[in-house]
Ligand binder design. Structure first.
Ligand SMILES: C[S@@+](CC[C@H](N)C(=O)[O-])C[C@H]1O[C@@H](n2cnc3c(N)ncnc32)[C@H](O)[C@@H]1O
Length: 199
């Protein structure tokens, strides 16, 4: 318990420092900006481990009722003021998603970008309502150039998102590996859109 609390505090301080130094507008992940036409016109959405909330802001612009959760108070404060300035309603809160994952059947859309916590996968699938969509994007182990985390625990094995989210119906998947002209197209990352089928 003590070790867990210490590592949460370490993680929080690490991200607070990064966000305090961050410049520029947060952008939604490619999986969401490319797939935003698949969003429902209304409903409840969650940007999990949202950071500065590029996904949350796009979801709010698209008409969804948005919650955004992150461990970093600095990121959450920045998102709250950015959303207010844009007159967008985003309920941004500091929340440790490992300790407090989303409740079952609570969201129509969930976005997760650059946050790989495999233990949360069953909770993410359960948190979608029937027909709900998961947008997921993060780094892969099989890199063609050096970006993203060095720690292999935070990198996806080949096709891992397909296995991880096998309970969902596959709608979109991209993972190009080192195929063809590596200067073209998205590399180093996998992206996935899955839908919970009607129950
Ligand atoms: C690489 S950033 C990605 C942020 C955002 N999703 C994006 O695409 O820019 C990883 C984020 O995970 C957050 N995080 C790490 N552990 C967390 C936890 N247990 N609960 C909630 N957020 C967490 C960090 O604070 C950080 O904002």
């Amino acid at each position: 318990m003590y070790v867990g609390t210490m590592s949460v505090k370490y993680e929080q301080e690490k991200w607070d420092r990064r966000y305090a130094a961050a410049k520029g507008k947060p952008r939604a992940a490619q999986v969401l900006w490319e797939g935003h036409h698949l969003l429902p016109p209304s409903g409840d959405a969650l940007d999990l481990a949202c950071g500065l909330g590029g996904n949350a802001l796009l979801l709010a612009q698209a008409g969804l009722t948005v919650q955004a959760w992150d461990l970093s108070p600095v990121a959450i404060a920045a998102l709250q003021s950015r959303a207010a300035a844009a007159r967008l309603h985003v309920q941004a809160v500091v929340r440790d998603v490992d300790a407090q994952p989303p409740m079952p059947a609570s969201f129509d859309v969930i976005t997760v970008s650059y946050f790989l916590q495999r233990a949360l996968v069953p909770a993410l699938c359960a948190a979608l309502r029937p027909g709900g969509l998961l947008f997921y994007q993060t780094f892969v182990k099989d890199k063609v150039f050096q970006t993203g985390p060095a720690n292999a625990d935070f990198l996806l094995a080949e096709s891992e998102l397909l296995t991880m989210f096998a309970p969902l119906c596959l709608r979109v998947y991209h993972e190009a590996g080192a195929l063809g002209d590596i200067t073209q197209g998205l590399r180093n990352e996998a992206l996935f859109i899955g839908q919970k089928t009607e129950e």
